[in-house]
Design a protein around this ligand. Structure first.
Ligand SMILES: *Cc1c(COP(=O)(O)O)cnc(C)c1O
Length: 363
């Protein structure tokens, strides 16, 4: 008998050399008292959301909506859009992946500010595209003029994360509108607003998409239920765009994008805007305490509009992250750049400030 050949097929070269998606914990085996590495909400889901999930689970023998259309219609209504202007998926990261695959071909470029969300280079690489990284300005904020200048003949899309992860910095609404106006109308513009609920009034957060989409048919706005809506574990996000763009998302998306329990949870959650308002208020209070406390300790901290703070400590990033991990605080480290710390409960803030006060750069 011949020996069975041990040769395992190799995947596409597109996969070679892609960065990995890191965990929001310093070491997977460690148990952290303060889980501040993934920008999650610190509180458990509301009662009404739990009840909706339990009821939906009773029907788990049936397939859910083919396209998540019940949720899509509810979100369209909430934002004053038509149902065919909304697509849902198991997280906005999935929608980004689908959009890049739907619109990019090998050699296309996607312009984005950098440092930004660590998933972007992975998703761009998987789509065969090249991410063109435009440095943030000295305030750790997106440089609109430089973004415009970076657009070239190979540019297919511009990706804007606002507020930006991991720096927390945000463009003012007028500055964002100015950038959208300045970008060529034939480019796909991907506006990732994962953290927008923490920045601006609830009414502005609800109304802005219809206004911007009416002016920019090439715009896609991405939102998530993972952050201010407190449902990261259920995986739900949505895209708002022209019907043609939504159709392209559907063309690359497998059917049944969200499980029935996730659809039910989000449908219940959007009936509870006061729960989001409470999270946003708590976040603003703890973010202010963190920011002023960190500055008072003489450590650098960027002006955040999100549910985390960015400490651009450069070469001290790994030491700072290890120091935090040593006292049970999980943060997110970007080697030689900085450390991102999620805003949690008041007790989380106390623990972070206490730990930072005891950080010695040469630890
Ligand atoms: C957390 C986050 C997302 C949301 O991802 P989901 O897949 O919806 O959980 C998207 N973009 C940015 C910049 C994020 O930080």
């Amino acid at each position: 008998m011949d020996e069975i050949s041990a040769k395992v097929p190799t995947p596409s070269p597109r996969l070679a050399g892609l960065p990995g998606y890191g965990r929001g914990r310093a070491g997977a085996a460690q148990i952290f008292a303060h889980r501040l590495g993934s920008n999650e909400a610190p509180d458990a889901p509301d009662r009404a959301v739990r009840q909706a999930v339990a009821a939906a689970f009773d029907g788990a023998n049936r397939y859910p909506d083919l396209r998540g259309e019940t949720l899509g219609a509810a979100l369209a209504l909430r934002h004053g859009l038509k149902a065919d202007q909304v697509a849902v998926a198991a997280g906005s990261i999935v929608l980004l992946d689908q959009l890049m695959r739907a619109y990019c071909d090998g050699g296309d470029e996607i312009v984005t500010a950098w440092r930004s969300y660590e998933a972007y280079p992975i998703l761009a690489g998987l789509a065969g595209a090249r991410l063109v990284e435009v440095p943030l300005n000295s305030e750790h904020c997106l440089d609109a003029a430089a973004m415009r200048t970076a657009v070239g003949s190979r540019t297919r899309a511009v990706l804007i994360c606002n507020p930006n992860n991991p720096t927390g910095t945000a463009l003012a609404p007028e500055a964002l509108d100015g950038l959208l106006d300045a970008l060529p109308a034939d480019l796909l513009i991907l506006l990732d607003e994962a953290y927008c609920d923490f920045d601006g009034s609830a009414e502005a957060v609800r109304a802005a998409p219809a206004r911007r989409l009416a002016r920019h048919p090439n715009l896609v706005i991405l939102r998530t239920f993972s952050k201010a809506w407190g449902l990261a574990g259920l995986r739900a996000g949505y895209a708002m765009a022209a019907p043609e763009i939504i159709a392209a998302i559907h063309a690359v998306a497998p059917p049944f994008p969200l499980p029935g329990v996730a659809l039910a949870a989000v449908l219940a959650a959007i009936e509870l805007p006061e729960a989001v308002a409470a999270r946003v208020d708590r976040n603003a209070a703890e973010r202010a305490r963190l920011t002023s406390g960190i500055a008072a300790l003489g450590l650098p901290v960027a002006q955040s509009a999100a549910n985390f703070v960015w400490l651009p400590v450069g070469p001290r990033a790994e030491a700072l992250n290890a120091h935090l991990a040593g006292v049970g605080i999980a943060a997110r480290c970007f080697a030689r750049e900085g450390v991102r710390i999620t805003t949690g409960t008041a007790a989380d803030t106390d623990a972070v400030l206490d730990a930072l006060a005891r950080f010695r750069p040469n630890d």
